[in-house]
Design a protein around this ligand. Structure first.
Ligand code: TA6
Length: 290
């Protein structure tokens, strides 16, 4: 099918009615719905769907640079470019294979345009799996197909939809060190038991455990984020003032979103010629038991 701007997109469906929609613009997951048809990812009502800018919401892929830590455009170029569908993808690995699991592989290879700003030849294969339970897995494999090494950072910039940010709690980041983007990336140590929100937050938690949970009290919903190959976790909410400065974001929308990204930022990944890296995130959602 096509999106608002005529860009091709792919829809995955689970046998019980969950779905995920992925755009070829940016290889971006644009929608993830549970079996009741409820949207789980935030998209701004002010989002601009016209390429090349990434759509404000869903799961933009940040590669080969996170944020403005480097010479490239903010969050790298992968989210702004067109990807293609691999019509003959390798089969699911046995651990991901279960009847009823739907998947798609999108590819992005360095173009001459990319080479001007980042002179490296890479192949990026993004596999999106919607499990029979309606859970979402993203696996990125990045291969160095050139004869010199390169380094990159990476993030699944995941915009979760939440009912009310003041009622949200994030667990799994306790005691970790983090870099605070609001304080020149100064390093702090998390002191609280769980993270709650009452002002702008823009942090990179370092070397987190493999699971982080986002509790949405009002919706009585919990997201669990499991990750492999991605040591860091970004937590971002622009809050009131910053929201007003973002053109494609509504003034009050910060109340209904929280970005929690599985990422590799502090220590860039280096690939030698021929080497491949894998970064995986598994997103599950459950009704909270309280
Ligand atoms: O840490 C998350 C972050 O890098 C913030 O600093 C904020 O700018 C956000 O991502 C959104 O970035 P974007 O380029 O999509 O506007």
């Amino acid at each position: 099918s096509k999106d608002e701007n005529g860009v091709s997109q792919v829809v995955l469906r689970s046998p019980r009615g969950a779905s995920a929609r992925i755009s070829l613009h940016g290889g971006q997951v644009r929608s993830w719905k549970n079996e009741r048809g409820e949207e789980l990812l935030f998209t701004s009502s002010k989002a601009i769907f016209k390429p090349p800018a990434a759509v404000r919401g869903g799961i933009p892929i940040c590669f080969p640079q996170f944020g403005n830590r480097g010479s490239l455009e903010q969050h790298g170029f992968a989210r702004n470019r067109m990807w293609v569908v691999d019509e003959n993808p390798p089969p699911l690995q046995s651990t991901d294979h279960s009847s009823g699991n739907a998947f798609i592989d999108l590819l992005r290879k360095s173009s001459d345009d990319d080479m001007k700003s980042w002179p490296h030849r890479y192949e990026l294969r993004l596999r999106v799996i919607l499990s029979v339970d309606g859970y979402l897995t993203l696996i990125s494999r990045i291969r160095n197909v050139n004869c010199k090494p390169f380094s990159f950072s990476f993030a699944y910039h995941t915009y979760f939809s939440v009912s009310d940010i003041s009622e949200v709690r994030v667990e799994g980041l306790e005691t970790l060190d983090y870099l605070d983007n609001l304080c020149n990336r100064e390093r702090f140590t998390e002191q609280g038991d769980a993270l709650t929100f009452e002002s702008e937050v823009d942090r990179v938690y370092l070397s987190s455990s493999d699971a982080v949970a986002v509790f949405d009290h009002e919706k009585k919903r919990t997201f669990v984020i499991r990750k492999e190959g991605l040591p860091d976790v970004v937590v971002w909410n622009p809050w009131e003032k910053k929201s007003k400065a973002i053109a494609d974001f509504g003034d009050d929308e910060y109340k209904h979103m929280l970005c929690v990204d599985a990422a590799a930022i502090e220590k860039p990944i280096t690939l030698k010629p021929g080497e491949e890296w894998t970064g995986r995130v598994d997103l599950s959602v459950t009704a909270s038991l309280y």
